[in-house]
Design a protein around this ligand. Structure first.
Ligand SMILES: Nc1ncnc2c1ncn2[C@@H]1O[C@H](COP(=O)(O)OP(=O)(O)OP(=O)(O)O)[C@@H](O)[C@H]1O
Ligand SMILES: [Mg+2]
Length: 257
């Protein structure tokens, strides 16, 4: 097994496709033979339920890991995809930030928690919440790279500057080796000029950091989580499945020193 890559999927803007990307990129990486851990770092627990787990019936979650009451290896569960494992979350995690007030090195808790298990995986994908809170900071501190999903709509670029500023701060103070993995466009609608304009504008700004694969708006992608399945198991031949397979290939190709 090569060196693990820890990728945080982050954008403080809500509903841009973070969880859809985290679940389906992870599933496609596993399908390609990689061993993958997905960490649900969002109290909404959408990654957890999207992989078919009953989030409200789980005893130990990322919350216990953040409070250093459980080791991460004791909360990790198998999923419906071979080689894909999940560290689940639920609403409990929303209490962590307050409980950690004043704790020393509280930005490094997740990073420390995964240290010992890192080398059991090829990829660790972290699904971040839609805010720049302590959990997101922990995720960025634990990560090698940040993958930023951007929804192809009018306000897409709003908040991007703040996200890049936060990434810069984390790099400077907490995690000097943090890099931008890339931007991935989601919910692209080829019928609208707007989608195309958003893509062009971001490419102008971020150039080489933009993934070639663009995720289309696809009804099947929207339906899959309510069946507790990633797209490759829900409808493996859909456009959504095809595009996340291509994204996974691109991610695998990208080498990091
Ligand atoms: N490519 C797509 N085609 C169709 N629907 C999509 C696509 N990507 C995401 N969706 C749907 O859009 C909604 C928001 O997506 P998702 O939950 O992945 O975003 P998010 O950024 O994780 O949201 P949050 O900020 O709340 O965590 C969901 O209902 C999801 O099923
Ligand atoms: Mg989400």
């Amino acid at each position: 097994m090569g060196k693990v890559r820890v990728i945080a999927v982050a954008n403080q803007k809500g509903g841009v496709g973070k969880t859809t990307t985290a679940i389906n990129l992870s599933a496609c990486l596993a399908e390609a033979g990689k061993k993958v851990l997905i960490i649900d770092a969002d109290p909404q627990g959408n990654t957890t339920s999207g992989l078919g787990l009953e989030k409200n019936q789980i005893d130990k979650t990322v919350y216990e890991v953040m409070l250093e009451e459980s080791k991460i290896e004791d909360i990790i569960q198998k999923t419906c995809v071979e080689k894909l494992y999940v560290a689940p979350s639920n609403i409990n995690l929303s209490g962590a930030e307050i409980e950690l007030i004043g704790r020393e090195k509280r930005e490094h808790i997740l990073s420390n928690a995964i240290k010992k298990i890192k080398n059991k995986y090829d990829f660790i994908i972290i699904d971040c919440p839609p805010s720049l809170n302590l959990i997101t900071i922990n995720s960025l501190t634990a990560a090698n790279t940040v993958l930023v999903p951007i929804q192809c709509e009018y306000f897409a670029l709003e908040g991007l500057e703040q996200l890049l500023h936060t990434i810069g701060l984390v790099k400077k103070i907490l995690n000097p080796s943090l890099e931008i993995e890339g931007v991935v466009f989601t919910m692209y609608d080829a019928r609208t000029n707007l989608s195309m304009e958003v893509v062009e504008e971001v490419k102008k700004d971020l150039g080489e950091n933009v993934y070639k694969t663009i995720i289309p708006r696809n009804v099947r992608l929207g339906e899959a989580p309510s069946h507790g399945l990633p797209i490759i198991l829900y409808d493996g031949r859909s456009k959504g499945a095809e595009s996340y397979r291509l994204l996974a290939e691109e991610v695998i190709q990208k080498e990091w020193s």
